[in-house]
Write a protein that binds this ligand. Structure first.
Ligand code: 5GP
Ligand code: ZN
Length: 116
């Protein structure tokens, strides 16, 4: 089972900030910014590459959940970054779709090159 499925199953602890039947959001263990949260589907899907038409609603829900959390953490007015890494060349390390919500500071590409 992948590490994020273990977090979903509460076998591995995480700082959960949002949860419902479809998605889970928790703080990234190695934050790149003051706010760095991962939003994941509860169903194991390896990557954006594995999404199908039937996942349209779920994919939208990941984004809308990120929007809601950004509002909850009060980073919405200044803005933030949403990022999906996809596959090897995209730098994806965990093989379970996750949307990075990164904010709370002005993100400059030369300060956070790994986030680009
Ligand atoms: P990727 O490089 O796959 O887009 O991002 C994976 C992210 O998951 C990284 O930012 C990494 O810090 C985070 N991560 C990996 N393992 C864990 C974990 O066990 N718990 C939490 N909270 N984050 C993790
Ligand atoms: Zn998984």
């Amino acid at each position: 089972m992948c590490i994020f499925c273990k977090i979903i199953n509460k076998e591995v602890p995480a700082a959960v900030v949002y949860e419902d039947d479809d998605v889970l959001a928790f703080k990234d263990v190695r934050p790149l910014a003051p706010v760095h949260i991962l939003i994941i589907p509860k169903r194991h899907i390896e990557s954006i590459s594995n999404l199908t038409e039937e996942d349209t609603e779920l994919a939208g829900k990941l984004i809308l959940t990120a929007k809601k959390i950004a509002e909850d953490f009060d980073i919405s007015p200044k803005g933030y970054k949403l990022l999906f890494r996809v596959g090897e060349w995209g730098g994806q390390e965990v093989p379970h779709i996750h949307l990075h919500l990164i904010g709370g500071a002005k993100l400059q590409e030369n300060i956070h090159p790994e986030v680009i």
